[in-house]
Design a protein around this ligand. Structure first.
Ligand SMILES: [Zn+2]
Length: 84
């Protein structure tokens, strides 16, 4: 089974719907996480470089080298639905 990741920030969303965002009709969004998407709209209106700036510190906190984290996000995020 393929793990679902948020199509905005790239966060793994796991097997349950707890981390899924919500659509305008109150149903769960299977594309975006609760940190990015609420009631059918993106919570943070950011550009791709801004999203990278938001994500990198979290990855560094998780023990990743900052340069490496930035390179990874720069390669990975543009493949996601929100940024395509
Ligand atoms: Zn997200």
């Amino acid at each position: 089974m393929e793990e679902k990741v948020c199509q905005s920030c790239g966060m793994p969303m796991g097997a349950t719907d707890e981390t899924f965002g919500t659509n305008a009709d109150g149903s769960k969004s299977t594309d975006y996480c609760a940190y990015c998407y609420e009631n059918g709209a993106f919570i943070q209106d950011v550009s791709l470089p801004e999203m990278i700036d938001i994500c990198v510190p979290h990855m560094v906190e998780g023990g990743m080298n900052e340069t490496k984290a930035r390179q990874m996000m720069q390669a990975f995020l543009p493949t996601l639905k929100r940024w395509r």
